[in-house]
Write a protein that binds this ligand. Structure first.
Ligand SMILES: [Fe+2]
Length: 110
């Protein structure tokens, strides 16, 4: 998918889960230069931890850089071994310019 966000454009936290089967990883590739072609528009990832507050992470990939991230869950080491934590992602509001991203989802989007 080619995703375009203009001024004030954003994407709420979500999971790209469609259909019966979900490939666990997806990729975004930045097609513009942050701070030159656009400002704002950070890639936001939120980990929803059981019985704890959610934790946000922000990625600012440069032109041509890719981010590989989980569609739905990621494994996390806990006191009694690994467990799953829910992940959501979104895009913070673009302040100026246009942000284009190539989004690659490996499962059938129905
Ligand atoms: Fe998405």
């Amino acid at each position: 998918m080619l995703l375009r966000y203009g001024p004030a454009g954003y994407n709420c936290l979500h999971q790209d889960v469609y259909g019966d089967l979900t490939f666990p990883l997806q990729v975004l590739i930045m097609l513009n230069t942050p701070d030159v072609d656009f400002t704002g528009g950070e890639s936001v990832f939120v980990e929803q931890r059981p019985r704890q507050q959610s934790r946000a992470m922000v990625a600012r990939p440069g032109l041509g850089e890719a981010v590989v991230f989980p569609v739905r869950h990621r494994p996390k080491q806990g006191a009694r071994g690994h467990h799953r934590v829910q992940m959501r992602h979104g895009v913070s509001a673009v302040h100026t310019g246009e942000r284009h991203v190539l989004g690659v989802i490996f499962h059938d989007a129905r």
